[in-house]
Design a protein around this ligand. Structure first.
Ligand code: BES
Ligand code: ZN
Ligand code: MN
Length: 501
């Protein structure tokens, strides 16, 4: 979809649907456009005051001016309660409604802003994100629906004499971010027969080839053997798909020795291995590479946004399959770090790849680490599909991530990492075991990874509950959500701002 900013008089813009936002305590639409429509809007609001309520959608179906088929009035509620998240959500719903009505070209009047919190730039970014995220569809495997019912253009019309260049820039940035969230969604929505470790490596190659600030290396099975990556190799040994370790380095600040590692769990299918999962819902485990997808998509966005920061993406990819040569419960393996691990269940495979990825990140000079993983069912039980669960060994670093998440509307909640929990992952015969049992499963999984950080500032983000949604919810569309791409991008941008000071 094309996003355009245009300051032509509203009656001269040709579109299928014109979206006008209504707030409780102001006329947020440009008064001149109301008079252009013979005060029909003011009249409508007078007869139906409820149309200003948040999430209310009303159509005025009239050929008001040349080119207009309909006006969509979008209620935003109380202006003083308005947030970025509300604008994204409301717009997502409005756009889907307009699409259902068959609209291909949509014009939107930018609501006026008079608060410092929500600048015109914020609002235009929120509208762009809400529109692009809310209208996402995954049609790759649909033979008939590909062409029809797609919105082609969104034309945003600022009120008054706004600085077009600044608004355009805000819309462009938001589009890069939203497009990369949708890219992550695509990667996750593809089935495991297509999205293999080799395929993920191909996507990484494509991204790296487009931008000189990105440098890619893909470790093969043999190279992983040479590096003694015993933990990821143990998971991979049961599969016929060769594993890949993707390393994508973005250098945006050559003056800085700071290097942030983004590590994403890339299990392209998690059957559980010999500790086989129950068959109902096993198909959902094609999404066990959502962490990998979010990191790859973030790198794609960074290569376009070019913030002054250094980020290294480390993406361990493999399937987790049962077979005659698969890892077995009771086996003891040796990680790259040297720690021995007793395998209690082959279904606790994610923490094994992440252990080697953390060790490799440190070897490559990472000074701060974030890992993103669909790691535990326990996290879904604790936080549902609303919030991701965080574990850290470094409170200030965790605080930075929580702040970035908060500003883009991705909900995250920190869980405690008390020493006492570490008892649960002590093994009788090895240095560690890969399952701490049912109790506090998200925390013990996190603390397993922590063991490999050796005090490098680290945050673990468990997205098992948030990486997909079973129903459309605001700007999330049934299927993969692309969480936490926006947080990872924002974190990089915030870090770049710090570097500039
Ligand atoms: N990929 C799963 C976690 C998961 C569950 C993600 C539900 C998304 C939705 C992970 O590899 C796993 O199987 N974890 C086990 C760990 C346990 C055996 C210690 C789990 O959560 O049951
Ligand atoms: Zn898994
Ligand atoms: Mn598993």
């Amino acid at each position: 979809m094309n996003i355009e900013v245009c300051n032509k008089p509203i009656t001269e813009i040709v579109c299928d649907t014109l979206i006008i936002c209504l707030c409780d305590d102001l006329n947020s639409f440009d008064k001149t456009s109301d008079s252009a429509f013979n005060h029909l809007i003011t009249e409508f609001i007078r007869t139906k005051p409820a149309s200003k309520r948040y999430h209310e959608i009303n159509f005025i179906n009239a050929w008001l001016a040349e080119g207009y088929k309909q006006i969509l009035l979008l209620g935003l509620g109380n202006k003083s309660d308005l947030t970025s998240e509300k604008i994204r959500s409301a717009y997502a719903v409005a756009i889907r409604t307009a699409r259902k009505a068959g609209s291909k070209i949509i014009a939107a009047i930018l609501p006026e802003s008079d608060s410092n919190q929500l600048t015109a730039e914020n609002i235009i970014a929120n509208i762009t994100e809400g529109t692009l995220l809310g209208s996402y569809q995954f049609l790759y495997y649909k033979t008939e629906q590909k062409e029809s019912k797609q919105i082609e253009r969104l034309i945003i019309v600022p009120a008054g004499n706004a600085d077009l260049r600044i608004l355009e820039q805000a819309a462009n940035t938001a589009k890069i971010i939203a497009d990369s969230v949708n890219f992550a969604r695509d990667l996750v929505n593809h089935p495991a027969c297509y999205m293999t470790p080799t395929k993920l490596a191909e996507y990484a190659t494509e991204i790296a080839n487009q931008e000189s600030m990105l440098e890619l290396s893909v470790l093969s099975l043999q190279q992983m053997q040479e590096l003694n990556m015993g933990a990821i190799l143990a998971v991979a040994q049961g599969s016929t798909q060769p594993p890949k370790m993707l390393v994508l380095k973005y250098t945006g600040d050559t003056d800085s020795s700071e290097l942030i590692a983004y590590i994403g769990k890339g299990i392209t299918f998690d059957s559980g291995g010999i500790s086989l999962k129950p068959s109902n819902n096993m198909h959902e485990m094609k999404g066990d590479m959502a962490g990998a997808a979010s990191v790859l998509a973030t790198m794609k966005a960074l290569s376009k946004l070019k913030p002054k920061v250094n980020i290294i993406a480390i993406i361990p990819c493999t399937e987790n399959m049962p077979s005659g040569c698969a890892l077995k419960p009771g086996d003891v393996i040796k990680s790259m770090d040297g720690y021995t691990i007793e395998i209690i269940t082959t279904d606790a495979e994610g923490r094994l790849l992440l252990a080697d990825a953390v060790t490799y990140a440190k070897k490559l000079g990472a000074t701060k680490i974030v890992d993103i993983a669909t790691l535990t069912g326990a996290c879904v039980v604790a936080l549902g599909s609303i919030a991701s669960g965080l574990i850290t060994n470094h409170q200030p670093w965790c605080q930075q991530i929580l702040a970035a998440a908060d500003s883009c509307g991705e909900k995250m909640w920190q869980l405690p990492a008390f020493e006492e929990y570490k008892e649960q992952i002590k093994s009788d015969i090895a240095d560690l075991k890969n399952s701490g049992g049912r109790m506090a499963g998200t925390i013990t999984a996190g603390l397993f990874i922590e063991k490999f950080t050796h005090n490098t500032p680290w945050v673990h983000i468990d997205i098992a509950g948030t990486s997909d949604t079973s129903a459309d919810r605001n700007y999330h569309v049934k299927g993969a959500t692309g969480v936490p791409v926006r947080t990872l991008i924002q974190l990089a941008i915030n870090q770049a701002r710090k570097n500039e000071d």
